[in-house]
Design a protein around this ligand. Structure first.
Ligand SMILES: Nc1ncnc2c1ncn2[C@@H]1O[C@H](COP(=O)(O)OP(=O)(O)O)[C@@H](O)[C@H]1O
Ligand SMILES: [Mg+2]
Length: 456
């Protein structure tokens, strides 16, 4: 099983979710052990208690102290629940998987609800695999390429040295292309992975520091390596359990990773992979890194999903589950029971709860200001003040959405700065939910309601 190409597979879904939070680069806490939240840092403003709690949660995740449990971020709409989850995601190392799933997504995918959840759980479990490879590392003495007259067949020789030895290697067409692509010339210190043919330029040899013609302003100089040309190296890839599932699921194969069209994965495949991974762990070839699964709008899930989550949390290979909801006491979908946040009692029992509360005007202004900067929209202080007022009266999200609208309105009148008039105009162009409800109440006959359509 070759894993090197897979590490490049990127998660495509959830892009729009992220862009509304692109200003957030962390939780904005003091570094060190205090976890004290700054009033405004890393794009995060206010909501101090929740941020501090999220910092504690993050610590627990990093120290592996939260297995089998889950966290719930609860609070009214537009109070930064998703933003805080993104702050946690940003603070985790790049090789700790973080997966986002919107509650409703489970029902829209072309697979059963539990399969969708199962895939999300396994996307959130990282496997760090250590592989030994052979590399050739040295300073290039000469690259010699012979082109046949027909131009088709390429052959060449690479002379490469360390301070202790010098060797000539034959080059195939693939290697010649790779050297050309990296613009490798004599005097470069390179590392060449024998298995994959990957070439990395490490820098220019100090011995060439006086050939000014062959360098740019940011040329990096390095020592010519010592010792053997060929070296054994340990390289580490992190992939998710789900990626390993897909690659080994014969019917779909590895292209499915890019199309997102993985279909259901057979349980036997997963069993085999779990067995294989625990074998690798015992042999010291792999570590398992529990990542984070963030389920946003978790109240959209139904009782079957909740039972699945409850069971999955018990599994040895379980990620940390963070959920978010804006529901108070409400009915759990698929039951007639009401419970706090619509979560069944047994699941509620396992969660630690972080609660968020509505923002004051000052925080709203600061967040809108950060969003305007993020979207590169220049706004007069008066316009920002009006937008803040709108944010207080409607919601932060609505006000935030008006930024780009207002910037288009301003552009239309060829102004580079958003003014009060542009905000007013945008406010009348797009309704917030309260005004939309008002329209519905005034003209109910023009809309289709629940009672109008006969359901089969
Ligand atoms: N404390 C905060 N600091 C910075 N930006 C925030 C904060 N809270 C919310 N936002 C931003 O305001 C918008 C709405 O917040 P969001 O996290 O989506 O609310 P919720 O998930 O609670 O409904 C998003 O663009 C979000 O990034
Ligand atoms: Mg949200």
């Amino acid at each position: 099983m070759s894993l090197s190409n897979i590490t490049q597979a990127k998660e495509l879904r959830g892009l729009n979710l992220v862009s509304a939070h692109s200003h957030i680069t962390g939780l904005g806490l003091e570094t060190g052990t205090s976890l004290q939240p700054w009033k405004s840092a890393q794009g995060m403003v206010g909501q101090l208690k929740a941020r501090k709690a999220a910092g504690v949660l993050l610590k627990m995740i990093q120290e592996g102290k939260i297995a089998g449990r889950a966290a719930l971020i609860a609070g009214p709409p537009s109070t930064g629940k998703t933003a805080i989850a993104m702050g946690i995601a940003q603070s985790l190392g790049s090789d700790v998987p973080f997966t986002t799933l919107a509650g409703s997504e489970v029902f829209s995918l072309e697979m059963s609800k539990t399969e969708a959840l199962n895939q999300a759980f396994r996307k959130s479990m990282g496997v760090r695999i250590k592989e030994e490879t052979e590399v050739i590392e040295g300073e290039v003495v000469e690259i010699q390429i012979d082109r046949s007259v027909t131009g088709g067949h390429k052959q060449g020789k690479l002379t490469i040295k360390t301070t202790d030895m010098e060797t000539i290697y034959d080059l195939g067409a693939k290697m010649i292309d790779a050297l050309a692509r990296e613009k490798v010339t004599a005097g470069d210190v390179i590392s060449l992975d024998k298995a994959s043919g990957k070439i990395t330029k490490l820098g220019r040899s100090y011995s060439r520091s006086r050939d000014y013609d062959a360098m740019g302003p940011d040329t990096k100089f390095v020592q010519c390596p010592e010792g053997e040309l060929q070296q054994r190296r340990e390289i580490v890839h992190t992939v998710s359990l789900h990626e390993i599932d897909v690659i080994n699921s014969r019917t779909q194969g590895f292209l499915a990773l890019f199309s997102g069209d993985t279909g259901e994965i057979r349980p036997e495949v997963r069993d085999q992979i779990n067995a294989k991974v625990s074998e690798w762990r015992e042999e010291g070839k792999a570590d398992v890194i529990p990542g984070v699964l963030f389920i946003d709008e978790v109240h959209m899930l139904d009782i079957e999903c909740f039972s699945y989550i409850n069971r999955a949390l018990e599994d040895e290979l379980a990620p940390i589950v963070i959920m978010a909801t804006n529901r108070g006491i409400s009915r759990t979908r698929g039951t007639n029971y009401k419970s706090p946040h619509g979560l069944p009692a047994d699941l509620l029992d396992r969660v630690i709860i972080i609660s968020t509360s509505p923002y004051g005007a000052e925080e709203i202004r600061e967040i809108l200001n950060i969003r305007a900067q993020e979207e590169e929209v220049d706004m007069t202080p008066e316009a920002l003040a009006l937008l803040t007022k709108i944010g207080e009266d409607t919601s932060l999200r609505y006000a935030s959405n008006l930024i780009s609208v207002a910037s288009l309105v301003a552009a239309k009148r060829k102004a580079s700065q958003v003014e009060v008039e542009d905000i007013k105009r945008s406010y009348t162009l797009f309704l917030d939910s309260a005004r939309s409800v008002q329209v519905l109440e005034e003209t109910p006959e023009t809309f289709i309601g629940d009672g109008d359509v006969e359901m089969a």
